[in-house]
Design a protein around this ligand. Structure first.
Ligand SMILES: *[C@@H]1O[C@H](CO)[C@@H](O)[C@H](O)[C@H]1NC(C)=O
Length: 446
């Protein structure tokens, strides 16, 4: 009897040894075709323990994924980065094109900074895309995409069913809000937007000015919390016709990762619709170098190299072009929001407002308000507090133009004991032009 149980236990132990390493290892490799076949075969019953709120919502999510991939054809290369899959999709068959031809990259179209004088506050260490670092994933796949393809973060049921509805997945955050309040709205006393139980809180600078996009260098950090970002907003229209093109970095674990990821966002209708990155048919990507929604491989550290990247939006010949630059001398034209997605609205002509800064929200009253920026107050200054600098807007739809330094008005929404922003205008900004330090520790009473 004793011997039998012993052998039985030994057998269990051996079985466990076989199973445990598989469970604990990196995610299993799922080739693209297998992934898509699994989505096609999926039903609500398998996902009823996820966050999705109903079978109808589940079916919408599944239909969205299948619709997005319906025209992409075969995928020859995929990789896993930070535990998440990206597939290299034929540039001409990406969902956003829907059969339309690709716009030509305006290589020289972006605006250069205006001239500035004086030394910079401190050195800036450019961060490059992990896709240009010759990295290899745990399965031996190169973390890069061949020419003629673009990296497309895999849209899985696991990611979508982390939200109650498809609209919740698309939204800037589950609480719906998203845009910093303009001066006008602040005067009107509007405190929060959308159906949010928990408001979005901010520290940012804005300028109401006719513009065709703009620029900043964003110091990259990875603060802790439900939702915390550093970004640029280009905004036009008002009320239900408010439209934006946005970009920067965001910590949003429910949607992306506990580490900050590169992101873009757009809305044509005051955050009723719109989406992140390539997650709905909107942004057309042309560069194979940048993985929207992907983490970086290095972040800024207190007292050490202040890492970051240049980001510029420019409305050029009818499309909102996105430019990014790491350590390279030249910017990459990453892709564009086609003017057509703005339905003849204000952003097809020009933006009317620029905003730069930090935004946070929390999802329930039980959560603490996130850190903003680096988690340090702006008074800590360089190498401790997060910043954006070289902030200028693009005054015209022209090729190869020069920007105009932004003149920003400070807005803090929330308690000054949680975060703040300290703007330095270009006249005092030296080599940094217009810049600001921002952020703070967040906490329970913001
Ligand atoms: C604001 O930033 C400027 C420039 O870095 C600095 O000289 C000043 O002391 C800062 N003010 C506060 C209140 O932190």
């Amino acid at each position: 009897m004793f011997t039998n149980s012993f052998i039985f236990l030994l057998g269990l132990f051996a079985l466990a040894l076989q199973i445990i390493p598989r469970v604990a290892s990196a995610p299993l490799q799922v080739p693209f075709d297998q992934f898509l076949a699994t989505v096609k075969a999926a039903n609500f019953h398998q996902w009823r323990h996820s966050t999705v709120d109903s079978e109808a919502s589940f079916n919408q999510m599944k239909a969205h994924i299948l619709d997005m991939y319906s025209g992409v054809g075969s995928v020859k290369h995929s990789f896993v980065h930070d535990g998440r899959y990206a597939d290299c999709i034929d540039i001409h068959r990406q969902p956003s094109l829907a059969g339309r031809p690709l716009a030509t990259a305006p290589v020289a179209a972006l605006n250069q900074p205006p001239t500035s004088q004086g030394g910079p506050e401190g050195p800036k260490v450019p961060i490059d895309s992990p896709l240009t670092q010759n990295l290899v994933d745990p399965f031996g796949n190169s973390i890069s995409c061949p020419d003629g393809t673009i990296p497309f973060a895999r849209l899985t049921l696991e990611r979508l069913t982390a939200f109650p509805t498809l609209a919740g997945f698309f939204a800037k955050s589950t609480t719906g809000a998203g845009q910093a309040l303009s001066g006008r709205e602040l005067e009107g006393g509007l405190e929060s937007r959308g159906p949010s139980a928990q408001p979005h809180l901010y520290a940012y600078g804005f300028q109401q000015i006719t513009n065709f996009g703009g620029h900043s260098w964003l110091n990259l950090w990875s603060p802790v919390g439900d939702f915390s970002l550093s970004q640029q907003w280009y905004v036009g229209g008002s009320g239900a016709s408010l439209q934006t093109a946005e970009g920067g970095w965001v910590v949003y674990p429910q949607h992306f990762s506990t580490q900050a990821v590169l992101f873009i966002f757009w809305t044509p209708d005051d955050y009723t619709t719109g989406c992140y990155n390539l997650e709905c048919k909107a942004f057309v990507q042309i560069s194979n170098k940048w993985n929207l929604g992907g983490t970086f491989d290095q972040y800024s550290v207190t007292g050490d190299g202040q890492r970051g990247f240049d980001l510029q939006y420019k409305l050029f010949q009818g499309n909102w072009w996105l430019f990014l630059r790491g350590s390279s001398a030249n910017y990459d034209a990453v892709g564009y929001y086609p003017g057509s997605i703005y339905n003849k609205g204000q952003l097809t002509k020009n933006a009317e407002l620029v905003e730069y800064g930090g935004e946070v929200t929390r999802f329930t009253t039980a959560d603490v308000w996130p850190q903003m920026g680096s988690g340090m107050f702006p008074s800590k200054g360089y190498s401790q507090a997060a910043f954006q600098n070289t902030i200028y807007y693009n005054p015209r739809d022209e090729s190869d133009g020069v920007g105009v330094w932004s003149f920003l008005t400070k807005v803090v929404v929330g308690s000054h004991s949680c975060w703040d922003i300290n703007i330095t205008e270009s006249a005092q900004g030296g080599g940094w032009g217009t810049f600001f330090f921002f952020g703070g520790p967040g906490g329970n009473t913001c």
